[in-house]
Design a protein around this ligand. Sequence first.
Ligand code: RUB
Length: 310
Amino acid sequence: MSLAKTAEQIRNMEIRGAGKIAREAAHALLEHADSLPKAGLSEFVFEMNKAADILLATRPTAVSLPNAVRIVLSGMSSASTEDEARILVKNQAEEFIASSNEAVKRIAEICAARIKDGMTVMTHCNSKAALAGIILAKEQGKNISVIATEVRPWNQGRLTIQTLNDHEIPTTYIVDSAVRTFMKEVDLVIVGADAVTVKGAVVNKIGTSQIALAAYEARKNVIVAAETYKFAPKTVLGQHIEIEERPASEVLADDVSAKLPFVTVRNPVFDVTPARYIDVIVTEAGAVPPEAAYTIMRDHLGFDPMQEKL
Ligand code: RUB
């Protein structure tokens, strides 16, 4: 598949979920590096940076995307030949994809250890990392059940209940606005992340912060399953995570909106859950308190704020 096609699929959400977006972007860069005709090192670097920009322009919120692009292309311009740069990029892409898949497995083990026999887990949206932990707990023989939300307007909850059903996990499917009503039946909330800021705030699918508030009120723990490449170093430099706002037509059809000239539809697709509502963030490097976000960026993303351009 061409890089432009991958970018299009990320934009239109055929490829979605922060981890998958990162792995597919790495794969697209690998294939792109392979497909470029021999034209010298500087031309190769120019073309790869152009490709990176195309991928980065697709969706603004999931920081896994810029982190993956940076990891895959790092050191490319310091290579001595075009061949060396090409091999470097391809190797780094393969390593990133493999380590991303391994990270999800490790996160699943840690999350599963937190899921005890008899628990009811609430999850929101469709997070591979969060689901991997729930599925593993079931495979370990624990008698668990799940409450999964619908996730308006894209209904990612349908994907989640399909997966849970495939694994024969008893699941209750609820509309997003029923979260607080059902919180008393919940023992643990597990969600994924699109970005974690230096303050330990978690950016995830819209509605996550309401679930976290309801869980806090009911004294239920919220666990975030997030690979280390979901942490956003740019927040150390004072930048904010941009919250993607998608077309109004995803919420209300254009012909309906057209008849309601005084109504404006807003469709932000992520929200921010402050650190105080989160128990732990489970990464492949272990479960850490949200307050440890900076340490994760420094130790696992090789981020040195003194070396970064503002
Ligand atoms: C997906 C979403 C997921 C995170 C984590 O939003 O919010 O919870 O991306 O997913 P969208 P994963 O459907 O808009 O991409 O754990 O699979 O990386």
